[in-house]
Structures are given as structure tokens and as C-alpha cells.
Write a protein that binds this ligand. Structure first.
Ligand SMILES: NC(=O)c1ccc[n+]([C@@H]2O[C@H](COP(=O)([O-])OP(=O)(O)OC[C@H]3O[C@@H](n4cnc5c(N)ncnc54)[C@H](OP(=O)(O)O)[C@@H]3O)[C@@H](O)[C@H]2O)c1
Length: 254
């Protein structure tokens, strides 16, 4: 069934920043697919949004599981035949107060599995749907912890490395894709979710507003580039904390 409405998918959409991203995309007129690894929580979250008359549906997807990702891509392809916006939001923060070499290596491996390999496999599985229509906006939810400068300080090693690798993935994919498909990464700031905790100064609503700015990039806009490479419109790594781009409308690079 072909759709006129633009279709967006958000991973880890059952709570936190992901849930708010879905709410705002649906309010902007998108048909939004809420992806969650937990069917019960996913259905419940999607139902809550549907009860507000928003065009939201649910798909099960565990980004740690390639089979689950492939199955979700088949479902989306069959149901909607297109994907205009993909937001890789699902993420974990498993670090305790331990140094990288002292921690249980499982923590690093599990963090990389979700925050890095998960995003890699999701992009690989869904990009053919974008290529089919020659259009797509991919947004990777990164973190300031993934900045190169953060690697000079001890602590939070697993999470930092996962987001550092995610930023690299963003740039590399940006260099390899063509046409009107753009991929960028964004740091949403410190946000009051289960991950960010109650003291965080930014709400999920504010974070979602900042993140969604990237879906509006036009063909002429920057993508996947860095401070050293000008005039491209892919692979930007946008930091809310360093430059409040939501206010100034300027891109800031990590
Ligand atoms: N909060 C902050 O201050 C902050 C700052 C910078 C960046 N970020 C990034 O923002 C994104 C969203 O974070 P948040 O604050 O909203 O965190 P959150 O409240 O902890 O939510 C994380 C979401 O990711 C999902 N998830 C985790 N592993 C998954 C997997 N294997 N497959 C599918 N879904 C999975 C969770 O699903 P379950 O409910 O099933 O666990 C949940 O829906 C993350 O990428 C995070 O790194 C957050």
C-alpha cells in the first residue's frame, strides 16, 4: 500500500527521548512507527499516542538482534513501502564508576552492541527503502561523551567509545551515500529521562525539538561533514551543549 504521508521510524520509542520524538513527529503530520524491543511496552506507548488521534503504529525491534532488525525492515517495507526519516535513538548507558581496563569487558561489548553495532545494522537494513525513493533523513542520537576531546578524560569508557564510534559511522556513511539521503548525528544535551536522571536540565520535549531540526535539511545543506570539510550536508555531529543551535540555528561540530 503506497502512502502519501511521510513515514518516520524511531528506535527505542517506548520511553524517554524516543517517545517524545514520536509524539512530535506525529504532531508534524508524519506516519510514525514506534520501534521497541519490548512488545508490551511498545504497544502500550503506541496506544497512548493513538488515543490522542496521532498516526502511530508499533513494530518490534531489538537493535541487538540482527534477525529482529531484518524482520522489522520487512514489516515496514510491506506495510508502508517507504521510509523518509529514521532516528536511531535506542541506547544504553551501562558504565559504573570503573576505569575502562578495570571494568567487566561485557559492559563494553554490550554497550557497543546496542549503541554502535545496533545503529550500523539498522541503517544497513533500512537504507534500501530510502534508496528506492532517492530520499531519506537518518539521525543518530549521539552524545557529547562521544567527542574526541572526551577521550582525554578518564571514566564512562564504554559509553564514550560507543558514541565516538557512532560519530565515525555517521561520517563514513555520509561519505558513501549519495543523492538526497542525509545522515547526521546529534547530542541532545543532558536530558531528564531514565538514562539522564531527574536532575538533568533539559526535558525530553526540548531534546526532541532539537533533534528534529535535522530532518529538515535540504539537498544543499550540510551532511556528514566535519569542521575540516566544508559545503557538504551529511555527517554533521551536532552538539546542543557546545552551541545552542536550536536557538542560533547554527551547526556546531565536536
Ligand atoms: N538522557 C540523556 O541525558 C542523554 C544524553 C545524551 C545522549 N542520550 C542518548 O539519547 C538516546 C535516548 O536516551 P534516553 O535518555 O531516552 O534513554 P532511556 O530513557 O534510558 O531510553 C532508552 C531507550 O532505548 C531502548 N533500548 C535500549 N536497548 C535497546 C535495544 N537493544 N533494542 C531496542 N531498544 C533498546 C530502551 O528500551 P527498553 O525500555 O526496552 O529498555 C528505551 O526505549 C540514547 O541513545 C542516549 O545515549 C541521552
Amino acid at each position: 500500500m503506497s502512502q502519501d504521508k511521510q513515514v518516520a521510524l524511531v528506535t527505542g520509542g517506548n520511553r524517554g527521548i524516543g517517545y517524545e520524538l514520536i509524539n512530535q513527529l506525529a504532531l508534524k503530520g508524519f506516519k510514525v512507527i514506534l520501534a521497541s524491543r519490548n512488545p508490551e511496552m511498545g504497544h502500550e506507548a503506541a496506544q497512548k499516542l493513538m488515543d490522542s488521534n496521532l498516526d502511530v503504529s508499533f513494530v518490534e525491534m531489538d537493535v541487538d538482534n540482527q534477525e529482529s532488525i531484518s524482520q522489522a525492515a520487512i514489516t515496514v517495507s510491506e506495510r508502508y513501502e517507504r521510509l523518509d526519516v529514521l532516528i536511531n535513538n535506542a541506547g544504553v548507558y551501562l558504565d559504573k564508576k570503573e576505569k575502562l581496563l578495570a571494568m567487566d569487558p561485557d559492559i563494553l561489548e554490550k554497550t557497543m552492541a546496542t549503541n554502535f553495532f545496533g545503529v550500523y545494522h539498522v541503517i544497513r537494513s533500512f537504507i534500501p527503502l530510502m534508496e528506492k525513493h532517492g530520499y531519506g533523513r537518518i539521525i543518530n542520537v549521539s552524545s557529547e561523551y562521544g567527542a574526541m576531546s572526551e577521550m582525554s578524560y578518564p571514566g564512562v569508557g564504554a559509553y564514550k567509545l560507543s558514541k565516538f564510534a557512532l560519530n565515525g559511522l555517521t561520517r563514513l556513511v555520509a561519505a558513501e551515500i549519495y543523492g538526497d539521503i542525509k545522515i547526521n548525528a546529534v547530542d541532545p544535551g543532558w536530558v531528564s529521562s531514565d538514562m539522564g536522571g531527574p536532575s538533568a536540565p533539559r526535558t525530553p520535549k526540548q531534546a526532541a525539538q532539537s533533534i528534529l531540526w535535522l530532518r529538515r535539511l535540504d539537498l544543499k545543506d550540510r551532511t556528514g561533514d566535519s569542521s575540516e570539510v566544508e559545503n557538504k550536508s551529511n555527517g554533521n555531529i551536532k552538539s546542543i551543549r557546545k552551541k545552542p543551535i536550536f536557538k542560533s540555528g547554527r551547526l556546531a561540530f565536536l
